[in-house]
Ligand binder design. Structure first.
Ligand SMILES: [Zn+2]
Length: 79
């Protein structure tokens, strides 16, 4: 199971890639709904959080996140 500790600015990979051929998205809004932006063409998609959870395949931390006590994790590494 995918851990649901993603956060704003994290990058994600979805089960289904965007029609433009890219499967790399950045989370640009987190709330009741999640908005993700395609890193290939710049399109953004808004979806309910439960749908996002279902479609999420992987995520990796953005360079903006810091994990206290876990300094060895580097941005760009999938979890
Ligand atoms: Zn795209």
């Amino acid at each position: 199971m995918v851990s649901k500790t993603y956060n704003l600015h994290d990058y994600v990979e979805m089960k289904k890639q965007h029609p433009c051929g890219t499967n790399r998205w950045q989370i640009i809004r987190v709330g009741m709904d999640i908005r993700i932006k395609c890193q290939g063409c710049g399109a953004s998609i808004l979806m309910p959080r439960r749908d996002f959870d279902k479609r999420l395949k992987k995520f990796y931390l953005s360079e903006y996140r810091q994990i206290p006590g876990d300094r060895y994790r580097l941005p760009g590494i999938f979890y």
